[in-house]
Design a protein around this ligand. Structure first.
Ligand code: SF4
Length: 355
């Protein structure tokens, strides 16, 4: 029997899945920043400030998971890609210049979120196109540096055309006139038994009249080749784990919408999947804690170095990382908001060991 994902009234997210400010989450006014492939934003290092119980790297109590620290799929991918990159983003909180690809991902996500504010019958490609300019204005207001993203007017026009093409492609993959999302840009958080908090943003959650949950993620990149598909699904399983742990129900469907090439990837998880994901996340977190305890954040050179914003500070490229911040400096960094960086590298397609 097929599941119908229709016409459920939108729910107040904060009543359903309350989530405290993340350790460093900074949603932009016009949407949160995206990796170039449209993956989950730079959650942990991007900064609105840690909760008051945040414990810094050096002052934190030792144990399987320290109060105040949390993990998002993007940061998990950072650590797997390169521990030094994780350090630069989470511990040092180094700024990163926005990239056109990441900004386009943020813009497309913002438009798709707002599209569902319109009455169902008015959700068409024309309506989406008309949302581009105001969404862009709002992004610029939140992060003025974005205004300097383009070398010239031709580059700018090409960029907007590509964004519009992605939005047009969306309508070939779904019919938004037949959808009424339960949540959009939903911030979620779950605390595992170990004490580790998992956080992230889910692009869209649909709930069928029968109560089946579908997690939807928009990607502005292209679908991964078959052998990397499981890797791409890790982020979705991470979110499914968070929803399962907060709501007690295993989501029925995980759906990735690749707007770069117009493909859908769907996966139906089960409890065993999510338990395995939980074990992998815990193992990863232990590895992060070991690195933190030893102050050992080794660079791992790879093809993603081409996109890394921190090559100048990386020993692999002749650079020297800055001294690690003291506990006081770290506490201070997390106590003040910081402009959210555009992410430099496609993360989720490159998770090496988690899936
Ligand atoms: S340049 Fe490469 S090795 Fe160096 S920090 Fe960045 S991702 Fe890691």
């Amino acid at each position: 029997m097929s599941v119908v994902w229709l016409t459920l009234p939108r729910v107040d997210e904060t009543q359903v899945l309350p989530a405290a400010p993340a350790l460093g989450d900074t949603p932009l006014a016009g949407g949160h920043p995206r990796a170039p492939d449209g993956s989950e934003p730079s959650a942990d290092p991007a900064g609105a400030g840690a909760p008051s119980d945040t414990v810094t790297a050096d002052s934190a109590p030792q144990g399987p998971a320290r109060a105040g620290w949390s993990l998002s799929p993007s940061r998990a991918a950072d650590f797997l890609t390169c521990p030094l990159l994780y350090r630069f983003r989470v511990i040092d909180r180094l700024p990163e210049a926005p990239s056109p690809a990441a900004a386009r991902g943020t813009l497309v996500h913002a438009v798709l979120e707002r599209l569902f504010d319109a009455p169902a019958t008015a959700r068409n490609p024309q309506a989406a196109a008309e949302l581009i300019a105001p969404a862009w204005d709002q992004l610029i207001a939140a992060e003025p540096d974005l205004a300097d993203l383009f070398g010239d007017e031709t580059e700018r026009e090409t960029w907007f055309t590509q964004a519009k093409e992605m939005l047009d492609r969306y309508f070939t993959l779904e019919d938004p006139t037949r959808l009424e999302p339960a949540h959009r840009e939903l911030q979620v958080e779950a605390k595992l038994e170990s004490g580790l908090r998992l956080r992230g943003y889910i692009d869209r959650v649909d709930i069928s009249p029968a109560g089946d949950v579908r997690i939807v993620d928009y990607k502005t990149g292209t679908a991964p080749r078959e052998e990397f598909e499981a890797r791409a699904l890790f982020q979705m399983k991470f979110y499914a784990l968070v929803l399962w742990r907060t709501r007690g129900t295993v989501p029925r469907m995980l759906q990735l919408i690749y707007l770069g090439n117009g493909e859908l990837v769907r996966y139906a998880p089960d409890e065993a999947d999510l338990l395995a994901t939980e074990r992998k996340v815990e193992a990863l977190w232990r590895a992060i804690e070991r690195a933190r305890d030893a102050a050992d954040w080794r660079p791992r050179r790879g093809r993603l170095c081409d996109w890394c914003a921190h090559q100048a500070l990386c020993p692999e490229f002749g650079g020297t990382p800055p001294p690690l911040p003291t506990p006081e400096e770290l506490a201070s960094r997390y106590a003040r908001p910081r402009p959210a960086p555009a992410e430099a590298a496609p993360h989720m397609a490159d998770i090496a060991d988690l899936t």
